[in-house]
Ligand binder design. Structure first.
Ligand SMILES: [Zn+2]
Length: 315
């Protein structure tokens, strides 16, 4: 090997693949992106895309890839609702047949947790939980100073913790999953319900008067203008987020929650209600140190940076 070592990480998203190159100290040297292949033959074309994108970032010593969905510890993508035509796809095997370097494949949110733990908002923690609040909810767990994958490799699917078995249907086929309430789409749903109930008139104005067109951004914008109805929706949303964080705390007792995903851009709006509701809902609040709630450092780059760091972990 010549020159300093280079570690490439790629985050495979529903629409684009983002690649980064890190040096051995974790400095971000380069990044590049490609559209994620869709439709027939997308599996083979995805491998082509990953190989080509990695090559565009320089001569690398390891390649890590984060993929959305259920990924086994061997790097096989069992199910990926956001990548059409992809099921039971051996991503790691497909890449190893094509590149002459170390390859690791893991779940994208697990990669994001690794990035925030080693180089981001969870640095120094031994017990960190990352929760990504986007269209759905993903996550990752660091417990006792180690990244947790679980028996199958499927740990951290917090979005599908059922918090109301009679609640609204979820993409996973069950009802009342946490992500139906506490994600970006959950926030929009809470706002639409308020709009149908003839509240949130400012939110409705921002959505051109159509309750079905209400999105999370409209609620955030109205709340920033000080609209009381929008702030009430944010408060209710904060309660749902806190309820899931309380459940995770009862299970794992972390010292920090790192919140990432698309909703982290509204961090300043959510932090107070989340912390207040957490205090209301947690079991024996006076007998514990409450976990810190931090917002992600890496945002949309977290998955790619964490994928590049996979090579540092023990198998
Ligand atoms: Zn679900």
């Amino acid at each position: 090997m010549t020159g300093p070592s280079l570690h490439v990480g790629i985050d495979v998203g529903g629409t684009k693949c983002l690649g980064v190159a890190l040096d051995a100290e974790g400095n971000l040297l380069r990044e590049d992106r490609r559209p994620t292949p869709r439709g027939t033959g997308s599996v083979d074309r995805l491998i082509d895309t990953l190989v080509e994108l990695a090559g565009s970032l320089g001569q690398y010593d390891s390649l890590g890839v984060g993929v959305p969905g259920l990924v086994t510890r061997e790097g096989v993508l069992r199910a990926a609702p956001n990548l059409d035509g992809v099921a039971d796809f051996d991503v790691a095997g497909g890449l190893r047949a094509r590149v002459d370097t170390r390859v690791r494949v893991d779940n994208d949110a697990t990669c994001a947790a690794l990035a925030e733990w080693r180089l981001g908002a969870g640095r120094g923690s031994n017990d960190m939980i990352l929760v990504t609040l986007g269209t759905g909810i993903g996550g990752g767990v660091v417990a006792g100073g180690a990244l947790q994958r679980g028996h199958n490799g499927f740990a951290g699917e917090f979005g599908h913790m059922v918090i109301d078995p009679y609640g609204p249907p979820c993409v996973c086929g069950r009802r009342g999953c946490w992500e139906r309430y506490a994600s970006g789409s959950g926030l929009a749903r809470l706002a639409r319900e308020a709009a149908v109930g003839r509240r949130v008139s400012r939110v409705l104005d921002l959505a051109d008067g159509d309750p079905e067109a209400v999105r999370g951004e409209h609620v955030q914008k109205a709340a920033r203008e000080g609209d009381r109805d929008a702030l009430a929706v944010i408060d209710e949303f904060g309660k749902w987020v806190a309820l899931g964080l309380v459940n995770l705390t009862n299970a794992l007792d972390p010292d920090v929650f790192v919140l990432g995903g698309g909703l982290a851009v509204g961090a300043d709006l959510y932090l107070e209600p989340i912390q207040r509701w957490f205090g209301e809902l947690i079991y024996s609040p006076d007998l514990r140190t409450h976990p810190r709630v931090a917002f992600a450092y890496w945002n949309e780059r977290a998955g790619a940076v964490g994928a590049a760091l996979l090579d540092q972990l023990d198998e």
